[in-house]
Write a protein that binds this ligand. Sequence first.
Ligand SMILES: [Zn+2]
Length: 267
Amino acid sequence: MTERPEVETVRLGLAPHIEGRRLTRLEVLDERLVARSPLPVDTLVGSEVLALGRRGKWLFAKMRHGPHLVLHLRMSGRLLLDDGGDDPRRAVLEFEGGARVDFVDRRRFGELLSWTDTDLELLDDRLGPEADTIRVAELRKRLAGRRGMLKAALCNQQVVAGIGNMYADEALWRAGLAWDRPAGSLGPDESRRLASAIRHVMGRALDAGGTSTRDGLYVNASGDPGWFAVRLAVYQREDEPCPRCGAPVRRAKTGASSAYFCASCQT
Ligand SMILES: [Zn+2]
């Protein structure tokens, strides 16, 4: 799982090594990683990284000239400094001064893209407000009238940017709200609780360097796991006691994934 706290942790780890440096070489060993790029990715080579930014779960290196380097880690992508591994499912980026970043993805859903200014602006317009600073008025406006389930709305990047399955379950538990309620059904007090729960969970998870779950897929740019998993209340804790009321945590199948929740204190 890579959601906002994980992507931001990776960004903080990489930025000092690539900002202000020219991308001198880009070697793509697995073409699937760049298959969705609108421009050939070699258009990125030779330009200097001005700043490494993030919007929702997207990372982008703003370049001084020409298109920008955009990355999405999806389920299992990793950006590793000086990895030195030999997994062929990767692209290798080398920067002036010797920094090397390997983009490795076992499942190959990750994306390395060359985007214009316009592409970046369109992304910014399309995404909802950032999860870590979401205000109750914005959240209410974006949930109003939605008949779909609350959890699906939270995972919709156009509603709030940066949340996925894991932190949606955690925020809903913290707010005491059922995942399958109609998204538009929240009252003012419930909306306030939810906005506050989202900000809290995002902030605490970032402080812990993100969450490495049992699948072991997420690590930061130095290859280290994040430690928020020890504080997860419900996610992947089926049958364990709810930290608030002691009832067993339940799991419901929702399409390709699951919702973890406490049926007794989330209503
Ligand atoms: Zn409970």
